[in-house]
Design a protein around this ligand. Structure first.
Ligand SMILES: Cc1ncc(COP(=O)(O)O)c(C=O)c1O
Length: 408
């Protein structure tokens, strides 16, 4: 599901320090299912900062130079941030290419009209034949990895007397999708020579993009050599693309005609191996309201299975977000949240709709306060990811459809 957050100009830095007053923020929110019908105040909310997105885009640009194309990776609802407003913002910054996972995401993006007709959309998954008419209808470029799909695409496009834009994907070592290097030349030639297909690009994907080891180098050299040979025979230049965020940050020599950054645009390094100092800012803040505060005696237990016991008399806040909102249950008793600029430990098992927070003897927190679960003014999502035994990507994508996205 894509979200409708009304976009309004972000005032620089506003979202980086303290939060704006609730009333002014929530005026511009829309619930996804019933726009305008629900209350304006949301219990769980993801603030999406277009200012920080622009900041991160500039960090990409600094590394690629001005001539390289930047494909904005907006699959999985722009890593949970909301593909429509993210794509619209990226296009306003100069992005002309967008990457999604499949035809459903591509159609949502096209029909939302958040990007202009001139922008290109590439779907990364290899399409089954039944999807090909939709690629033509919605002007979506297809990833081709084998001859069967090529023939199916050719037949459909030919029968409609149209041409379909194609990117050939080569598997140089990721082991997921792509034609084997030995057969890639013939597939590229077949696309190039087809009257109903248009070779728009050729790409590969790294297995360990932040590593500078021999495997990554070999992947790159295999791809580059194949492309050089093909361009020589075809007597034209093809758009070649390899680098995702990790490669942009750690293997700059792999920046070719286009790059495909995802996580970097959203404000995070792909992993701890990436040097810090990339100067990225989180684009999402997940926050939820404190809906109840109580005092418990020493020895009292909190939440399912009684995994947390009060070591002394404590104040406990109940916060209105849980694993159904995307706050992973693995975070139980491991994470921290920020309320009113102060950090507190999460206490007890994360439940479906609520978590509890150990306020200690703090008596300033009140129902109605916001708890920042991650993002600016709170813990970074990669800190939470470590506690949950996963990666920042998964926690961002996990922010569920019941959480209202508000563009700030
Ligand atoms: C083919 C492809 N390119 C680019 C990306 C973006 O990767 P990252 O978010 O690490 O920049 C992805 C993400 O999984 C991908 O599958």
């Amino acid at each position: 599901m894509f979200f409708t957050g009304k976009i309004r100009p972000a005032s620089p830095g506003r979202h980086l320090s303290s939060l704006p007053p609730t009333a002014s923020l929530t005026t511009d929110t829309r619930t996804s299912e019933h726009p305008g019908e629900g209350p304006e105040e949301h219990l769980a909310e993801a603030l999406v900062s277009t200012g920080n997105l622009a900041h991160n885009y500039r960090r990409v640009r600094e590394r690629t130079g001005e001539t390289c194309r930047v494909m904005g990776i907006v699959k999985a609802n722009a890593y949970g941030h909301g593909a429509n407003h993210v794509s619209k913002t990226l296009e306003s910054l100069g992005v002309r290419d967008f990457g999604v996972a499949n035809i459903d995401e591509a159609i949502r993006l096209r029909t939302s009209q958040s990007i202009s007709g001139g922008a290109s959309v590439l779907a990364f998954c290899s399409p089954p034949p039944s999807h090909i008419p939709f690629y033509l209808r919605h002007d979506v470029q297809a990833t081709i990895c084998d001859f069967d799909t090529l023939r199916a695409a050719e037949a459909v496009a030919g029968s409609e007397n149209r041409t379909l834009g194609i990117h050939v994907k080569i598997d140089t070592g990721m082991g997921r999708l792509g034609i084997a290097p030995a057969a890639a030349f013939s597939l590229l030639t077949a696309v190039e020579e087809s009257p109903s297909l248009r070779l728009e690009g050729v790409y590969t994907h790294f297995a360990q993009s932040t590593s500078q080891d021999s495997f990554t180098r070999q992947q790159f050299e295999t791809f580059r050599d194949l492309c050089t040979e093909f361009e020589h025979r075809a007597r034209r230049r093809i758009c070649k693309h390899v680098a995702n965020s990790g490669a942009i940050l750690c293997n700059p020599e792999t920046v070719l005609d286009m790059v495909r950054p995802g996580i970097m645009l959203y404000g995070y390094r792909p992993d701890d191996g990436t040097p810090s100092g990339a100067d990225l800012k989180p684009v999402m803040q997940l926050r939820a309201k404190v809906i109840f505060v109580k005092e418990v005696e020493a020895g009292a237990t909190v939440s399912y299975n009684r995994t947390w016991t009060a070591p002394s008399k404590r104040r406990i806040a109940t916060v209105a977000a849980g694993y159904a909102d995307g706050y992973h249950r693995m975070l139980s008793n491991r994470s921290r949240v920020s309320i009113g600029g102060r950090f507190f430990r999460q206490a007890g098992t994360v439940t479906m709709d609520q978590i509890m927070v150990d306020l200690g003897d703090d008596d300033l927190v009140r129902p109605g306060d916001h708890a920042v679960l991650f993002g600016w003014d709170g813990p970074p999502v990669d800190e939470l990811a470590k506690h949950a035994g996963t990666i920042s990507y998964e926690l961002l994508c996990a922010v569920s459809s019941r959480v209202t996205r508000t563009v700030v």
